[in-house]
Write a protein that binds this ligand. Structure first.
Ligand code: 2AL
Length: 164
């Protein structure tokens, strides 16, 4: 969708366009209410600022929407299709599938939530490397990393949805 069209939507329509990027009311409202934007860069800057930082509660709520890495999102929602395309480069073979499965499980046991990483532009080896590195984090070290990954995913999604 072009920026001009996005600028002209009513608030409910604009909410529906933005929400699949990350389902956090405060962030969606911040991006929608700031319209009209003079440029896509201004839109993305607003999106980055509204996401800096996400609170721990916002992160937990938004994580519920993200499938595990290596797990194909099912269904026809905008979110599911964005997730599938982000994970398209992960390159699943049997060995990778097993290592991701084991890594996700270890992470979930350690932190009690799904391992989240911006997958677009990363292959499986890089993702597994990050997973292992982050397993050494304390909860206090890991929270800002998750919030930052969520921010990166949201801004990249928005960049893919609204064009100049
Ligand atoms: C995802 C996802 O669905 N897209 C992405 O970039 N990361 N999931 C995840 N658990 O990290």
């Amino acid at each position: 969708m072009q920026l001009e069209e996005f600028n002209g939507l009513d608030a409910g329509e604009a909410d529906a366009v933005v929400r699949p990027c990350v389902d956090i009311d405060r962030w969606v409202a911040g991006v929608v209410e700031r319209r009209p934007y003079a440029s896509v860069e201004q839109l993305l800057e607003t999106a980055r600022e509204a996401a800096s930082p996400f609170t721990a509660d916002e992160v937990d709520a938004a994580l519920a929407h993200h499938p595990r890495i290596g797990q194909r999102a099912e269904g026809g929602s905008a979110e599911a299709s964005l997730s599938r395309s982000e994970q398209a480069g992960v390159g699943i073979d049997d060995s990778v599938t097993e290592r991701l499965r084991a890594g996700n499980l270890t992470y979930e046991e350690r932190f009690g939530r799904v391992f989240l990483i911006r997958a677009a532009g990363r292959d499986a080896e890089e993702i597994l490397g990050e997973l292992n590195r982050r397993l050494d984090h304390t909860e206090e070290e890991e929270l800002p990393v998750i919030a930052d990954q969520l921010r990166q995913i949201a801004v990249l999604r928005l960049e893919g949805i609204v064009t100049p």
